[in-house]
Each structure stands twice: as structure tokens, then as C-alpha cells.
Design a protein around this ligand. Structure first.
Ligand code: ADP
Ligand code: ASP
Ligand code: MG
Length: 409
């Protein structure tokens, strides 16, 4: 007898009918002789609707109260799913994040899980109960309720699977697995048979919303076998594991994209040893995440610095830099909004030089101008105009043979 953690996302519990369907998938797992822990998201678009309600009252709602509000979404689903299981003749008990022993750091809106006190769940499993846990939430040492960032229910599921030493964590969602790119936008996208933790981590961090990046991080660190699969279709999903075999290993395995990026350029910074450290520590202090950085020195005395940030952070970044102009001692700032980042990912890149060059050639041939570039061992990212994001994705998807028959289905 094993232990399985199942996670059902918003669409998969978006109506009474879908909740009853999820209950069936839970019961099937239980009837295979496994203990089952289920993590659920808020129903359908509930979280977005709650955010909308708050915005009608306050342009910048208090972050603690926002967490109090948003965590109610998942609480609705856990109780309904538990009732559904009861109706179908199965013992089940629902827990909020704090009842399930999920403790987090004290940051509202984007807290990290620090610890899982698993005794309460284990006690219920021993009694033969199916345990249902609200995703996306936890509690601080001081007893404050926190959320884990949008899409964070995946992380709850994998963290529980790691803590409980589960045999597997199944992420049930509205697509049949991880695809070569987002199938909602690119119809040629193909389902991958398997993908490595490292590739999935890059894809998730670079915009592939199918898994929360921190969930992949947990899975990698604690060796949690993970599968992304459909809550409706019965077919096998995508396995996320340590290594994928070479035959399946195309050089590029996926294309990810992310819009709403702004490039800021700071002109005339003093060309001193500490200039860069000062500007980026100032931004970091205000929790502004800088992504790609390009420095260009045009004279012996001064340097220019370009960096990309999420567009939602632009006004705060500008304000922070303006407030610190005397210390930073720059001449002026320019910015360009309406940008997007398109990235190719694949572990095969490590041993294949020339992948970046090929990417640039493909984009050039499609008449797409590259504004910024960044690379790591297994990815290349290019910042382009937002209007060209999907065109770039499609061109790369085709050029790196992801649309063809080579991809394992
Ligand atoms: P859930 O509510 O189940 O957590 P999400 O909306 O968070 O579902 O994630 C599933 C969505 O992720 C899909 O509908 C799809 O549009 C999107 N997605 C983005 N990139 C990919 C990809 N590479 N493979 C599969 N789905 C992707
Ligand atoms: N309900 C939360 C959200 O919509 C968390 C999740 O679904 O994973 O972001
Ligand atoms: Mg999700």
C-alpha cells in the first residue's frame, strides 16, 4: 500500500460536476489500496473574483487582509470535496493550511513553506480517512495566515508529498500534460512524455504556467516523482523526473514565453567599483526583481545599465531610483514597456554549441528584433516586442522540430 498526493487545479474543481468528477478520481486511487491526500485550488476563477472585489474597495489592499480574503477560496473547495466523498460512501476530512501543519515565513502574498508538521494528517490517514488540504496557504509562527503566490497550490501538493514521503504526486489540471509550449496559444504544441526537473524548473520560471516554479524546486530537492495529467481525459500525463533518456532528448524541449516586461536603461552611472552593487541592492531592498542585466561602458568615467523587470514593478522601480538619485549619481533614465521574453529550454544544449546562434537566426529570418538576451546552460531567452511574442514562439517551435514527429507523445 502506498501514499499518493493528488492535486486538482481551479478548472478541475470549477463546478459541482467537476468536484464530483475529482471525487471519482480520488476514490479510484483509494480503491487501488493507497492512502490519499488531496490538495485543491479555489473553484474556477474564484481567486481572480476575490482579487476583483478587493480592488473595488481599495487600490492597494492591505496584504494581510488580502491573504485572509484569498484563502477563503480554497476553504470552499475542501469542504465541498469532502462532502462529495462522504456522499459516495468514503470517509474524508478537510483541513485548511494551518490545520494541515503548513508553516511559512511571514510574508503576505508570496510566502515560502518552511515546515510541514505532518502528525495531524498522518493520524487521519491511519484512521482510514482521505485527507483534503486547502492549497496555496499556510500559517506563520505568529499565527498569521499567508498565501504562497498565484498558482501556489502545486507547491502545497509537492511539499506535502515530500514531507509525507509519498510514492507520487499527481497534478490534475485542464491539459493532458506538459507540452512543448502552451497549447492554449500554439496549436502545434505536443505533449512531452517526460521532462527533467531542471528543464521543468526553467520552463516554469520562464513563464510556462502549468506548474508553480517552487513546486518543481521542492520536487527536485526531495526527489518527489511528479506527473502532470488531465482531470478529465484518462491518458497518461507527463512525468517530471531526474533524467530523461537520450532518445527523447531533443536539444530544445520546450518554448516558454512571458509578456508584460519593461526594459529600463540608466544612463551615466559613475564607472566605479560599487555602482552596480548599490543600484541593485537598492532595488532588491524594495523587493523589485530584476531579470536580464546589460552593462555597456561608453566612456572611462560613466557606464550605462539596462535591465528588465516585470511591468507591474515599473512605477515602484522608477520611484525608488528617483528617490536615490543623489546616492546613485546617474544622469537620466529611459524605459520601454510592451516587451515580452521568449525562451528555449533543453538539457541537450549543454553539449550542443550553436543553439543560441540558431535561435537568433530564426528570429532574424522572421523579422523579429531582439532587445536583450540571456543564457544559462540549458536555456536561451530573448526579449522582443510583445506583439511579436507568439510569432517568435511559433517560429522557434517549428525551427527546433518541436512540432514534428520526433517528440514523444
Ligand atoms: P490549474 O488551475 O490546474 O493549476 P493552470 O491554469 O495553472 O491550471 O495551468 C494549466 C495551464 O497552463 C494550461 O491550461 C495551459 O494554458 C498553461 N500552460 C502554459 N505552458 C504550458 C505548457 N508548456 N504545457 C502545458 N500547459 C501550459
Ligand atoms: N487559487 C490560487 C490561484 O488562483 C492558487 C492556485 O490555484 O494554485 O492562484
Ligand atoms: Mg496552476
Amino acid at each position: 500500500m502506498g501514499l499518493i498526493v493528488q492535486k486538482f487545479g481551479g478548472t478541475s474543481v470549477g463546478s459541482v460536476e467537476r468536484i464530483l468528477n475529482a471525487a471519482e478520481r480520488v476514490i479510484e486511487e483509494k480503491q487501488r489500496g493507497n492512502d490519499v491526500v488531496v490538495v485543491v485550488s479555489a473553484m474556477g476563477k474564484t481567486t481572480d473574483e476575490l482579487v476583483g472585489l478587493a480592488k473595488q474597495i481599495s487600490a492597494q489592499p492591505n496584504k494581510r487582509e488580502m491573504d485572509m480574503l484569498l484563502t477563503t477560496g480554497e476553504q470552499i473547495t475542501i469542504s465541498l470535496l469532502s462532502m462529495a466523498l462522504n456522499e459516495k460512501g468514503h470517509e474524508a476530512v478537510s483541513f485548511t493550511g494551518w490545520q494541515a501543519g503548513i508553516s511559512t515565513e511571514h510574508i503576505h502574498g508570496n510566502a515560502r513553506i518552511l515546515d510541514v508538521k505532518k502528525e495531524r494528517i498522518q493520524e487521519q490517514l491511519k484512521n482510514g480517512n482521505i485527507v483534503i488540504v486547502a492549497g496555496f496557504q499556510g500559517v506563520t509562527e505568529a499565527g498569521e495566515i499567508t498565501t504562497l503566490g498565484r498558482g501556489g497550490s502545486d507547491t502545497t501538493a509537492v511539499a506535502l508529498a515530500a514531507a509525507l514521503h509519498a510514492d507520487k504526486c499527481d497534478i490534475y489540471t485542464d491539459v493532458t500534460g506538459v507540452f512543448t509550449t502552451d497549447p492554449r496559444y500554439v496549436k502545434e504544441a505536443r505533449k512531452l512524455f517526460s521532462v527533467s526537473y531542471d528543464e521543468m524548473l526553467e520552463l516554469a520560471n520562464l513563464g510556462a504556467g502549468v506548474l508553480h516554479p517552487r513546486a518543481v524546486e521542492f520536487a527536485k530537492n526531495y526527489h518527489v516523482p511528479l506527473e502532470v495529467r488531465s482531470s478529465i481525459e484518462r491518458e497518461a500525463g507527463t512525468i517530471i523526473e531526474e533524467e530523461v533518456s537520450m532518445e527523447q532528448n531533443l536539444v530544445v524541449r520546450g518554448v516558454a514565453f512571458e509578456d508584460e516586461i519593461t526594459r529600463m536603461t540608466v544612463f551615466g552611472l559613475p564607472n566605479s567599483l560599487t555602482s552596480l552593487a548599490t543600484i541593485f541592492s537598492t532595488l532588491a531592498k524594495h523587493r523589485i526583481n530584476v531579470d536580464i542585466i546589460i552593462q555597456s561602458t561608453t566612456s572611462a568615467d560613466t557606464t550605462n545599465l539596462s535591465f528588465s523587470i516585470k511591468s507591474e514593478d515599473f512605477h515602484e522601480a522608477l520611484q525608488v531610483l528617483a528617490n536615490n538619485k543623489t546616492v546613485l549619481n546617474y544622469e537620466r533614465i529611459e524605459s520601454e514597456a510592451g516587451l515580452a521574453k521568449v525562451s528555449i529550454v533543453g538539457s541537450g544544449m549543454i553539449s550542443n554549441p550553436g543553439v543560441a546562434a540558431e535561435m537568433f537566426e530564426v528570429l532574424a529570418a522572421s523579422g523579429i528584433q531582439i532587445k536583450m538576451v540571456s543564457t544559462s546552460e540549458i536555456k536561451v531567452s530573448a526579449v522582443v516586442e510583445e506583439q511579436q511574442m507568439l510569432k517568435a514562439t511559433e517560429a522557434l517551435h517549428q525551427a527546433f522540430e518541436l512540432s514534428g514527429t520526433k517528440v514523444q507523445l
